[in-house]
Design a protein around this ligand. Structure first.
Ligand code: ZN
Length: 421
């Protein structure tokens, strides 16, 4: 198989709908889902009734914002509230194919539908093709990951090695003997495999046969991608999803962000108000998968990203998530402004003499104070730094300059020490 085969082609017609068709598709899917869920899910009925949301009056996509957001941690409590996972399910447990258990603890139901978790188009987009031998290194025990990522491989006509995690030397031997062409797992484990194989004296390009990898579950930086792609001479693409929902987004060959999956409607919302934000603005990823069995309508993922709508050379027309830029719970709102660690990082990128930095927020006497500590040997660009900080983040910090090694070894980028009564 030539490398070219993996970089072209589109799996589903839904990936290339024009803007009007896409809006219509989302609207029809949502309308059907909301009507069905209101009728068959006790929890959805309760939630809609509480805010007097009338399903029959759902007329445009923007009407969705009237439905309150459901936080992931609420699922833990809701699922214990009675049969059918507290009324979240629209059918009995015995009618499902599998029931997983994720940390939380949260149960993750899997229905019998084809491509239930929706990853097939994403795996095709990443470059997996019929005839691949793919090693799945995710856990198969109780959590959905292993079996979830086996489904798209089966759909595409690949053979699966259900390796699961661990036993790195054994994994490398399998990769050698079976000439494994595909890897599925976390990026850090792929790096670990690479390092171990090199320690064993193997050449990653000559003794192993990896051509394509799908990674997820962790932050995946461009620098790590380029190291791994060079080491293996393989295409490495990432996906984004959750154990409750399955696929949310996936990369294509062009690495332009994560194309939104066609099985869900994704909004980027203000973490406090739940109101949708404009394209390009950073907010929380809120997902409604078109899943009638387990209708988690407007599920808040806790992850922060933004929508990128410029055309992609691959031809897919779906909007894309930019990077996952952080978690809602590591973001602080200071004097009413959201401060994201990635934004501070963008400012600091222009001050290479700064070794490390940290923001500390306090509220002595009820007034928010922000202290920016920077570690530098010598620093002469104080005004520059404060200026670009204020340009980007709209706030002026108290600058605290210290010598390298002063901050503790393990720090959170934003340390919120405010006390709330
Ligand atoms: Zn693309």
């Amino acid at each position: 198989m030539t490398r070219k085969d993996r970089t072209e082609g589109i799996f589903s017609r839904r990936e290339v709908l024009d803007e009007g068709e896409r809006k219509q598709y989302y609207f029809l899917q949502l309308k059907e889902l909301l009507q069905y869920a209101y009728r068959y899910s006790e929890d959805v009925k309760k939630r809609f009734d509480r805010v007097q949301f009338n399903v029959d009056k759902f007329n445009t996509l923007s009407d969705l914002k009237h439905i309150p957001i459901i936080k992931k941690k609420e699922l833990i409590f809701l699922q214990s509230m009675g049969p059918r996972l507290g009324g979240l399910l629209t059918k009995d447990l015995g009618e499902l194919r599998r029931i997983f258990l994720s940390p939380g603890p949260i149960f993750d139901p899997e229905d019998r539908a084809d491509d239930y978790w929706g990853w097939t188009e994403g795996f095709y987009s990443a470059g997996f093709r019929a005839g691949d031998v793919a090693q799945v290194t995710f856990n198969y025990h109780l959590v959905p990951a292993g079996l979830m990522f086996e489904e798209p491989l089966r759909n595409l006509g690949c053979a699966v090695v259900p390796a699961g995690p661990g036993n790195t030397v054994g994994q490398i031997e399998i990769m050698q003997k079976l000439r494994t062409t595909g890897y599925v797992g976390t990026p850090s484990y792929l790096m670990h495999l690479a390092q171990k194989a090199e320690e064993m004296g193997l050449s990653l390009r000559k003794d192993l046969f990896l051509e394509v990898a799908f990674v997820t579950g962790e932050k995946f930086s461009e620098s790590m991608r380029s190291v791994l792609e060079k080491k293996f001479d393989a295409i490495i693409r990432q996906g984004y999803g959750t154990a409750d929902i399955g696929a949310i987004g996936y990369e294509c060959f062009h690495k332009t962000g994560l194309h939104l999956s066609n099985r869900a409607f994704v909004e980027i919302c203000h973490p406090d108000t739940g109101l949708p934000l404009k394209d390009g603005e950073v907010g929380e990823i809120i997902v409604t998968a078109f899943n009638k069995t387990y209708p988690l309508i407007r599920l808040a993922t806790g992850d922060l990203s933004y929508i990128e709508n410029s055309p992609c050379p691959c031809g897919r027309t779906s909007p894309r998530l930019g990077n996952i830029v952080g978690r809602v719970d590591t973001t602080a709102r200071i004097k009413g402004m959201f401060v994201y660690s990635h934004q501070v990082e963008q400012v600091m990128a222009n001050f290479e003499e700064v070794k490390r930095w940290q923001i500390e927020v306090t509220n002595v006497g009820g007034v928010d104070e922000m202290k920016l500590t920077i570690e530098v040997t010598s620093f002469e660009r104080e005004d520059d730094l404060l200026h670009s900080f204020r340009q980007r983040i709209k706030l002026r910090p108290n600058l605290n300059i210290v010598t390298p090694g002063t901050l503790p070894a393990q720090i959170r980028p934003i340390e919120d020490k405010r006390i709330w009564d």
